[in-house]
Structures are given as structure tokens and as C-alpha cells.
Design a protein around this ligand. Structure first.
Ligand SMILES: Nc1ncnc2c1ncn2[C@@H]1O[C@H](COP(=O)(O)OP(=O)(O)OP(=O)(O)O)[C@@H](O)[C@H]1O
Length: 256
């Protein structure tokens, strides 16, 4: 893609994300203690802060698929949730074009409803018209493969294995062209055949000029899907560049 065609879709500018954790059972959560704090303008010592993302900056462009890697607890999911607008940024800023869609293994679908109803609701929630939903429904169920072993689409989702639910979630989200699609470990949950199919779909979505972020501990998924990689460690960016180069640095770090 020529330089003059590079259109930014997500900009993180020195973004900090801090969780505030209320510790249960603490005496300072009583009304009297709260009143004393107000009167003396002191802080609640039972609120602990977890500084998960510390001054992260990057620009993502249309047509890029970016892998987010890093050891457990390094801030990958937190950063993704902030890009999706689900977590506030404490300092700095994150700007995104359109409404980024977060596809996580925990994305909310209704467990009591059958898969096909969840497909309809999910598509409507993503802004499709009822006609579009009708036109896409069978294709989505087919792509998910949940009916490969019987008519599961009409059974409640609570009867699905975790892999089957993850596949259905991915299939619903991937049925729409997103400006920014954020995927958290979803590909790793499916079996090898579904993984290949979903990786191909991610490439298609990207080719249609969206931006895809993929958080995964599967080196293969990242290598197969993303040409750029951001390595987060302890909430800061350790490397950002071509996947091969960043992976090499990360592997050397992980071996230490
Ligand atoms: N809801 C929360 N409340 C408080 N702290 C949290 C919360 N969620 C995550 N954290 C903390 O934020 C930090 C980053 O967590 P995060 O889940 O973003 O890491 P990650 O890189 O996605 O990890 P993993 O690879 O294990 O999924 C960790 O220290 C974690 O304990």
C-alpha cells in the first residue's frame, strides 16, 4: 500500500490504564469511615490500584493485522478492551475510527437461547438490518460448523462445548465488515480445521481494508495472520514492527 494511502484507524497516545480494586471486608468502607475521608479529604486506603498499561503509543492503519504478544499479565487484553472503549484511559488517549468490535471468548451471547437465535441477535446488535440477518444467517451457521455433528443450531448454547461457542462467536463477528476488529484468543479455542478457516477469514476482513488486532499465545496464529506485531511487557511496549523481528526478540526474552 502506498504511503499516501495509509489511513490511521487507531491511535494510542501515551495511554495509561489503571484498575481500581476495592478490597472486600475493609472497615474503611463503612459510612462513618467514608464520611471521615470526605471531611479530611484523604484517600481510601482500601482501594488498590493496578497500573496495567503504562504510557503506550502506536498508530494502526487500514489494512493491517497486528498481533499483540507478551507474557501473562502484560496488559494485552486490557489494551484491547480500552481500544474497544470498554475501559477508560486514566492518562493519555486512545482514538479509534468507527466503533471497534471486540471479539473475545467471553463476548456476551445468551446461553439459554439456541445458537440460531443468538446469530440473529448478534447480527442485529452489530447493526445489520433484519433482511441482512436473514440473508446471512445460514452462511454464519455453516461457517461456524456447529451443525457438523448434528442439529446444534436449534439447541441452547449452554449445551455447546467451549470451542463450539467460541466458533459461533467468531462466525457472528466475522460476518460483518469492521473498521477495527479486536480478537482476543478466539482463534486458539477452535480445532485446527476451524483455525485455518478463521485465519483465512481474518485475512479477508483485512483485505477489505479494515484493521485487525489479534491477542494470542499461539505463535503460529500470529505468524499466519499478522505481518506486524506489538510486544507488551509489564504494561509497556518492548517492540513494535514486522512479526518476524518482534517474535525473534520475544522468543529470546522468553528463553531467558
Ligand atoms: N478487572 C481487573 N481488575 C484489576 N486488575 C486487573 C483486572 N484485569 C486485569 N488486571 C491486571 O492487569 C494486568 C494486565 O492484565 P491483562 O489481562 O491485560 O494481561 P494479559 O497480557 O492479557 O494476560 P494473559 O496473557 O494472561 O491473558 C495484570 O496485572 C492483571 O492482574
Amino acid at each position: 500500500m502506498a504511503d499516501n494511502e495509509r489511513i490511521p484507524t487507531v491511535i494510542a497516545d501515551e495511554a495509561h490504564i489503571i484498575y481500581k480494586v476495592h478490597q472486600a471486608g475493609a472497615s474503611s468502607s463503612s459510612p462513618l469511615a467514608s464520611f471521615k475521608r470526605l471531611a479530611t479529604r484523604s484517600k481510601n486506603s482500601n482501594i488498590r490500584e493496578v497500573h496495567a498499561v503504562k504510557g503506550v503509543s502506536f498508530v494502526a492503519y487500514k489494512g493491517e493485522a497486528i498481533g499483540l504478544i507478551g507474557t501473562n499479565g502484560s496488559g494485552k487484553s486490557t489494551l484491547l478492551r480500552a481500544v474497544a472503549g470498554l475501559l477508560p484511559v486514566s492518562r493519555g488517549a486512545i482514538y479509534a475510527s468507527g466503533q471497534p468490535s471486540l471479539l473475545g471468548v467471553n463476548a456476551a451471547l445468551m446461553n439459554e437461547l439456541p445458537g440460531d437465535r443468538n446469530v440473529e441477535l448478534g447480527c442485529l446488535a452489530m447493526g445489520m438490518s433484519p433482511d441482512e440477518v436473514r440473508a446471512k444467517k445460514d452462511e454464519i451457521i455453516e461457517f461456524s460448523g456447529i451443525n457438523d455433528k448434528g442439529d446444534f443450531a436449534t439447541l441452547p448454547m449452554r449445551t455447546y462445548s467451549s470451542g463450539m461457542s467460541a466458533r459461533l462467536r467468531f462466525s457472528i463477528a466475522a460476518a460483518k465488515q469492521h473498521d477495527v476488529l479486536l480478537i482476543d484468543e478466539a482463534l486458539a479455542t477452535g480445532d485446527a480445521k476451524f483455525r485455518r478457516r478463521s485465519e483465512a477469514r481474518v485475512r479477508e476482513l483485512r483485505a477489505q481494508a479494515g484493521t485487525v488486532f489479534l491477542v494470542s499465545h499461539s505463535e503460529q496464529s500470529i505468524r499466519d495472520t499478522c505481518e506486524r506485531c506489538i510486544w507488551l511487557e509489564a504494561g509497556t511496549i518492548r517492540a513494535d514492527g514486522p512479526t518476524d523481528e518482534v517474535m525473534k526478540e520475544y522468543e529470546a526474552f522468553a528463553r531467558r
